[in-house]
Design a protein around this ligand. Structure first.
Ligand SMILES: *[C@@H]1O[C@H](CO)[C@@H](O)[C@H](O)[C@H]1NC(C)=O
Ligand SMILES: *[C@@H]1O[C@H](CO)[C@@H](O)[C@H](O)[C@H]1NC(C)=O
Ligand SMILES: *[C@@H]1O[C@H](CO)[C@@H](O)[C@H](O)[C@H]1NC(C)=O
Ligand SMILES: *[C@@H]1O[C@H](CO)[C@@H](O)[C@H](O)[C@H]1NC(C)=O
Length: 327
């Protein structure tokens, strides 16, 4: 009888100890992106009468079993700074934050704590998987440089077995509405050029990778060249001015020819005044004729300045009137 009581007592002691000491990891498998940070969420439990004196994290890459002996990646008893930062406390939180994750950090990690009477290691630990985030450009049409109309996908990949993760995309640091591993471009335009960033997130880790997209095309089609329409306008103005100059020159030539013919036939009442200044690109012509029954009047003014063209031709002969005014 006494024997049975003793067995029961010792059994209950074992059960009590088992249920009072515990380390709980939120996930047994955690993914991280190389170069970024990852948090390993962790909680620990022990009888409330006990006091925690030391907290330790160890890696199975450099330790074994229950991490009874060094080395440790974190040791609350030593003040060394490293990529492994303890963000928990000496009560119940044993979360470990790993900065600047490297491929060599892959492996299993365990938390161990020591109270004023006992020691406990959370086993099995958490397995950390380190991966690179990859953004690849997949051409669906076209080759060589990217041209307007080409079709492509940007695909974001992370080699990881962790279940719940999400992908978000941004362009030139502005969040895009699309999410998921693939960003689809059915037909590129010049406006699609830019830096595209894929950000991968889980509850404990994140990482991002940027790819630059350069769509090349004819500059005249480039909506970001506002000087083009003005250039066209300037050319049109130049052609109009050149046309006006040609017309004016022809008319003034005709008037001078007419005047000379008149001069040769009859010089009774003739008045002529022709003035030209070629050095300043300023042509000025004034022709006036008076005959007994006919009256010629010509006035030609021409300024070859780009901004101002003015021509005025007037001719009168008997009952015939010719009048041209271009400005
Ligand atoms: C433990 O600490 C981490 C970092 O300080 C915090 O993010 C987390 O919420 C804490 N966990 C609990 C269960 O309080
Ligand atoms: C690019 O595409 C053109 C037309 O589709 C094809 O003739 C040419 O061989 C391709 N060049 C390469 C390097 O794939
Ligand atoms: C993904 O990781 C596994 C295991 O770490 C490796 O064997 C495999 O080659 C990786 N795949 C890629 C695409 O990196
Ligand atoms: C894209 O990234 C490159 C390199 O970081 C930078 O020089 C360029 O200005 C960026 N372009 C835009 C549109 O932000």
């Amino acid at each position: 009888m006494l024997h049975l009581v003793l067995i029961l007592l010792s059994l209950s002691d074992v059960l009590t100890q088992d249920s009072n000491y515990r380390v709980k990891y939120a996930d047994n498998q955690i993914c991280a992106v190389r170069g970024f940070s990852v948090s390993i969420p962790c909680s620990y439990y022990y009888p409330t009468s006990k006091k925690v004196t030391q907290m330790l994290w160890c890696s199975m890459n450099s330790n074994k079993d229950w991490c009874q002996y060094p080395p440790y990646v974190y040791n609350s008893a030593s003040n060394t700074k490293s990529d492994f930062e303890f963000t928990g406390d000496d009560k119940s939180n044993c979360t470990l934050l790993i900065h600047n994750v490297q491929f060599s950090y892959s492996g299993e990690y365990k938390f161990r704590f020591i109270t004023n009477v006992d020691k406990w290691t959370g086993d099995p630990g958490v397995t950390l998987q380190v991966t690179d985030l990859k953004v690849s450009l997949i051409r669906l049409s076209g080759n060589g440089t990217l041209k307007p109309g080409d079709s492509l996908n940007l695909k974001c990949d992370v080699n990881c077995t962790q279940s719940s993760s999400q992908f978000v995309w941004s362009k030139n640091n502005e969040l895009l509405p699309e999410s998921g591993t693939v960003l689809h471009f059915p037909a590129l335009t010049l406006r699609d050029s830019g830096n595209y960033t894929c950000t991968w997130k889980t509850s404990t880790a994140s990482g991002s990778k940027t790819i630059s997209l350069q769509v090349e095309g004819n500059n005249l089609e480039d909506p970001e060249s506002p000087e083009d329409p003005e250039l066209w306008l300037i050319w049109i103005i130049v052609y109009v001015i050149a046309g006006v100059i040609v017309i004016v020159t022809v008319i003034s030539g005709a008037v001078i020819y007419k005047r000379r013919r008149v001069h040769a036939e009859d010089d009774s009442n003739l008045y002529t005044n022709v003035k030209q200044k070629k050095s300043e690109s300023d042509h000025h012509g004034n022709i006036r004729q008076k005959k007994s029954e006919s009256d010629y009047h010509g006035n030609i003014r021409q300024k070859q300045d780009v901004s101002d063209v003015y021509a005025n031709v007037k001719m009168e002969e008997d009952n015939f009137n010719l009048y041209a005014n271009v400005s």
